[in-house]
Structures are given as structure tokens and as C-alpha cells.
Design a protein around this ligand. Structure first.
Ligand code: 13P
Length: 342
């Protein structure tokens, strides 16, 4: 642009303006460079930085939101897990009385009334069941509030119906208003020759008639001294109840009653009972899975009383007691039930 016009070159360069050394324009150039080059460059760099910074801020916000969502999901699944765990730990706590061959009809009805009244006055923290001789069932059912105290028989026949003089069928038990039946008690195995096979039939009939079964197992003193208690208990369960479907299993309550502790005043220590109940739960888990095992109520029975119940019931696998002698006095029985309040 600065080339001189032909007309301007009308004399030697030294004589005309065009040929003269230009004045020092360094500062002008510097300013020009700054304005034309550094300023736009700085502007571009700044714009670029601002653009990428806003993108980073946007991304960061997105990432923070995702993180928040992820934490929420995790908390939710944690809460769900805790809920599930709590539900599992909420398997039924039960105190069941087994009157055995005690109480006349009148005495039995009076005892049932007394238990019912005291539990109505002060709601228990567990399910309560009383299992009475057959002849008491229908009358006792009349005096119990079934929302407070359940009712059960101590046995039922291994046949459905027919010419079996002296026997009482599961359907008959159910028709009295009873909801439970004790099966496999060691006294029935020992004195009346009830084998695993017979018990299997009884369990089947009881469940078919809508009864819940309190199924007992336990070893003799000799068997414990020989270290065979686990083997014995496992065989008893395998022989009579491990054939059941998972659906049928929902109506099963197990009761571990070491024979050497029944009516002897010799209670298994809480550690011995806990050890066996944990073992029973583990074999139930092997057979039906962990969740079913966690939901199965397992009771301890054998010289259980108000004085030792709190220590026994404090053990994680002991879900209550099957009570003999101490279920024959309302106050003693209530004392055991109250152990769930401690
Ligand atoms: P005791 O509580 O009298 O020892 O009896 C336990 C029992 O056999 C319950 O079924």
C-alpha cells in the first residue's frame, strides 16, 4: 500500500520524501502489534477459557447430580436391606405352654381364663400359646381371646379317620378351635413308640388340616455325652419334617428340648441352647435356604422358668420357649412371657 506513485519518483531518492529514512516508529509498531495481535489473541484465549470453564461447570453440575442420585440409590438399597434384615429378625417370638397330662377340665378352664385375663390386661411382647390335653380344647377355646392366646393340642393321630379307638384326628383338633399341635415330643417318642415315620404322617395330616405344628427334637443325656447331639437332632428333623415343601414349612415351629433337661430342673446353659439352635437353623438353611431359616421360629424347652428365661431369650437364635411345669401356674407362665420385655 505504501509503494510510491510513479509521479512521485521524479528525483533521486536522496532528494525526495520517499527516499528519506522514516522517523523512528517503534512505539507505533508496538502499539499496533498489541492492538492487532496481542489483544485479539488475549481475547480469543479468554473466550476459549471462559467457554471451556462453563462447559466444565456444566459437566461438574451433571456429575454432582449423578453422584447425588447414586448416593440416594445406595441409601435406598441400604434402607431396603436393613428393612429386609429387620423383617428377617422379626420372626415370631413365641412362648408356648405344654400342660402334658395335668389339670382336670375345670382346673384347666380356670387356668386358661387366668392366663387370658392377665395377658389381656398387659399385652405380651410375643405370641403365646397353650397346649392342653384333648378334652380341654373345646372348653378352653371358649374362654381364650384368640388374638391374645393361641390354643394347641399335645398330639394328634397319624390316621385321617376310622376305626382307631381312643385316637383323636388332626381334623377333630382343628374343629375345637385349636390352631396348633405339638408333635414329636420326646415323651411320645419314648413312652408311646412314635417313630420318625409315624411323626411324618402326623405332621402331614396336621398341616393338611390347617394346624401349625410345634415340632420337637432333642437328644438324651447319653447321646450328648457321646457328642452325638447334632447327629440325633438332624436325623429327627430329616425323618419327619425335611420332606415338607417350602410352603408347608411356613406352618412349622421347631422346639429343641434336650431330654436330659425336661422336668429335671437341669436347664441347658444358654450357650448350649444357643449353640444347638444355631446348628438347627443352619441345617434348615441347608435344606430350605437362608431366608426361610431366618424366618423359622425355634424354641427352647427344658426346665425353662421365669428366672432363666431372660438369659435364654437374649440369645440370638432362641425365639422363645416350650414350657412344661412352669406353664401350669398363670403367674409362673406370665413371668416367662415377660422375659421378652426385658
Ligand atoms: P419342663 O418345662 O417341665 O422341663 O418341660 C419341658 C417340656 O417338655 C415342654 O414340652
Amino acid at each position: 500500500n505504501d509503494l510510491p506513485k510513479q509521479a512521485e519518483l521524479n528525483a533521486p531518492l536522496s532528494l525526495i520524501e520517499t527516499g528519506r529514512e522514516p522517523e523512528n516508529k517503534t512505539w507505533t509498531k508496538i502499539v499496533l502489534i498489541i492492538i492487532c495481535y496481542i489483544f485479539p489473541l488475549a481475547f480469543l484465549i479468554a473466550a476459549d477459557r471462559i467457554w471451556s470453564w462453563t462447559r466444565w461447570v456444566q459437566k461438574r453440575e451433571q456429575w454432582l447430580k449423578q453422584k447425588e442420585e447414586w448416593i440416594k440409590q445406595k441409601e435406598q438399597s441400604n434402607r431396603l436391606y436393613q428393612l429386609l434384615k429387620r423383617k428377617r429378625q422379626m420372626r415370631k417370638k413365641i412362648v408356648a405352654g405344654n400342660w402334658k397330662m395335668n389339670e382336670t377340665l375345670q382346673e384347666g378352664v380356670a387356668l386358661a381364663k387366668e392366663i387370658n385375663e392377665s395377658l389381656k390386661a398387659e399385652k405380651p411382647n410375643c405370641d403365646v400359646v397353650i397346649c392342653t390335653p384333648f378334652i380341654h380344647l373345646a372348653s378352653v377355646a371358649q374362654v381364650l381371646d384368640s388374638n391374645v392366646v393361641g390354643l394347641g393340642a399335645e398330639n394328634c393321630a397319624d390316621k385321617e379317620k376310622g376305626a382307631y379307638t381312643g385316637e383323636v384326628s388332626a381334623a377333630m383338633v382343628k374343629s375345637t378351635g385349636a390352631q396348633y399341635v405339638i408333635l414329636g415330643h420326646s415323651e411320645r417318642r419314648q413312652y408311646y413308640g412314635e417313630t420318625a415315620e409315624i411323626l411324618k404322617e402326623k405332621v402331614k395330616l396336621a398341616l393338611a388340616n390347617g394346624l401349625k405344628v410345634i415340632f420337637c427334637c432333642g437328644e438324651t443325656l447319653e447321646e450328648r455325652e457321646a457328642g452325638k447331639q447334632n447327629e440325633v437332632v438332624k436325623a429327627e428333623l430329616e425323618g419327619s419334617v425335611f420332606n415338607l415343601s417350602a410352603e408347608e414349612w411356613k406352618s412349622i415351629i421347631l422346639a429343641y428340648e434336650p431330654i436330659w433337661a425336661i422336668g429335671t430342673g437341669k436347664t441347658a446353659t444358654s450357650d448350649q441352647a444357643q449353640e444347638m439352635l444355631a446348628y438347627i437353623r443352619s441345617i434348615v438353611a441347608e435344606k430350605y435356604g437362608n431366608e426361610v431359616a431366618e424366618d423359622t421360629s425355634i424354641l427352647y424347652g427344658g426346665s425353662c422358668k421365669a428366672s432363666n428365661a431372660p438369659e435364654l431369650f437374649a440369645k440370638p437364635d432362641i425365639d422363645g420357649g416350650l414350657i412344661g411345669g412352669a406353664s401350669l401356674k398363670a403367674a409362673d407362665f406370665k413371668g416367662i412371657i415377660d422375659a421378652w420385655k426385658k
